[in-house]
Each structure stands twice: as structure tokens, then as C-alpha cells.
Design a binder for this molecule. Structure first.
Ligand code: IPE
Ligand code: MG
Length: 228
């Protein structure tokens, strides 16, 4: 979700107005994805690198995360959405951590859309913590280095109970992955749009789905193997 700041700047508003407008987009996208039968939606809300922004913006984003979550949890529950927050949440305030636990517990049995919010998340962080876990197991003698293959490794990663993403959407014009789900996106279809996140409406989302539906996914094979 990129482009909140520029959206605000273009309107002569402070950056936080863009972030607030971005929350509205989040609500709409969750609703539409639920209706469209998307099984898993992962939103990259705050990266491990976003702490480097000016202190006032970081503080504002934390407060917004809290108020938006607090306000939306009941709606998610009504929509049968299962909420999960992925990332190193230990860096957040106790209050926010408590709210995250409550939201996850309340919605744990819902079987509709799985909504994963990546917060204080980074793909390299994820791979590093997986490696550390495996190293601990080897040290403890419960795992042999030879036993580590891709599936053993993948099981230590965040999101490991969900399929790898089919489609990656980045709004705001930049053509980068910016440390998002590096391992999991190995065969994900990438889609970049200039639309700024607060402007990312249903039509823009449909355009991404439409583009995705025209892709041929070969996973390293040749066309003839996957056609027909
Ligand atoms: C994305 O919008 C929101 C977060 C990363 C929290 P930006 O804040 O990156 O918006 P731009 O890139 O400055 O327009
Ligand atoms: Mg940005």
C-alpha cells in the first residue's frame, strides 16, 4: 500500500491525511476481496524499515493502527474475516499488542477471508528468524543439518500455514518489492500500478484481477506443459 503521502501532498494536506484516507481504502478492499472470494489477503502496513521515518509520522501511524483496528474488529467479525498480524509485534506498545491478541482471538474461528496484516515485518527479518530457529534446533540436537530442505525451512517462516501469494499488487508507481514476502513471492505474479493507495478503488482492484487472469503461470515449465 504505497502513495498515501503523495496523495495528501497533491491536495495540499499533511501526510497523515493521506494515511487516514488509506485506511478507508483498506476497509473497502477487505470488503471487496471477501465478496470476490479471495481466500487470503495480505496487506503490507508497516515495514521494519518504516521506523526510520520522522518520529512524528511513526507515532501517528502507530496511533492510527490502534484506532483503526479498535474500530474495525467488530466489522471484521461480522464479515467472517479471520485476522492475523504478522511481524515482530514485540516492538509495539503493550496496548497495541493487547489489542492485536484480542482481535486475533475474537476472529480465530472465522472461515471467510483470511486477512493478514504485515506490521513491523520484513522479508529478510522473516528469513533470518527462520534460520535462527533452525540453528537452535540443530544446536539442541533435534535436527540434522542434512534434514534442512526447502519445505523444512519454509515451515519456520511467517505465513507458513497459508499458500504462497498468487498476486502481488503495489500501488503508488514504484516498481520494487521493498522486502515484502521475499521467500513466498518466488513465483508470485507482480502487478504495479501508478494509482495511489487512497485512490485504489474497486475498479483499480478489478483491473489488477483482470491483468492477473491473463497471465500464464508456468512455474519454470514451458507453455505446452501447462496449457490444455
Ligand atoms: C504508504 O504510503 C503507507 C506506509 C508505508 C505506512 P507512503 O507513506 O509511503 O506514501 P508516499 O510514498 O510518501 O506517497
Ligand atoms: Mg511510499
Amino acid at each position: 500500500m504505497d502513495g498515501n503521502g503523495r496523495w495528501a501532498q497533491a491536495r495540499g494536506k499533511p501526510r497523515h491525511a493521506g494515511h487516514r484516507a488509506g485506511v478507508e481504502t483498506v476497509r473497502r478492499v477487505i470488503e471487496t476481496c471477501g465478496k470476490r472470494g479471495v481466500r487470503v489477503l495480505t496487506l503490507f502496513a508497516f515495514s521494519s524499515e518504516n521506523w526510520q521515518r520522522p518520529e512524528t509520522e511513526v507515532k501517528m501511524l502507530m496511533e492510527l493502527f490502534f484506532t483503526a483496528l479498535n474500530r474495525e474488529i467488530r466489522r471484521l467479525q461480522k464479515q467472517n474475516v479471520r485476522l492475523r498480524i504478522i511481524g515482530d509485534v514485540s516492538a509495539f506498545s503493550q496496548k497495541l499488542q493487547q489489542l492485536i491478541r484480542e482481535g486475533e482471538q475474537l476472529t480465530a474461528d472465522n472461515d471467510g477471508l483470511v486477512l493478514q496484516i504485515a506490521a513491523n515485518y520484513g522479508g529478510r527479518w522473516d528469513i533470518t528468524q527462520a534460520a535462527r530457529n533452525l540453528a537452535r534446533q540443530v544446536k539442541a540436537g533435534i535436527l540434522q543439518p542434512e534434514e534442512i530442505d526447502e519445505s523444512v525451512f519454509a515451515r519456520q517462516l511467517s505465513f507458513s500455514d497459508q499458500p504462497d501469494p498468487d498476486l502481488f499488487i503495489r500501488t503508488g508507481g514504484e516498481k520494487r518489492i521493498s522486502n515484502f514476502m521475499l521467500w513466498q513471492c518466488a513465483y508470485t505474479e507482480l502487478y504495479f500500478t501508478d494509482v495511489l493507495w487512497p485512490d485504489f478503488d474497486d475498479q483499480a482492484l478489478e483491473a489488477a484481477f483482470e491483468d492477473f487472469s491473463g497471465r500464464q503461470r508456468r512455474f519454470g515449465r514451458v507453455s505446452a506443459q501447462v496449457e490444455g
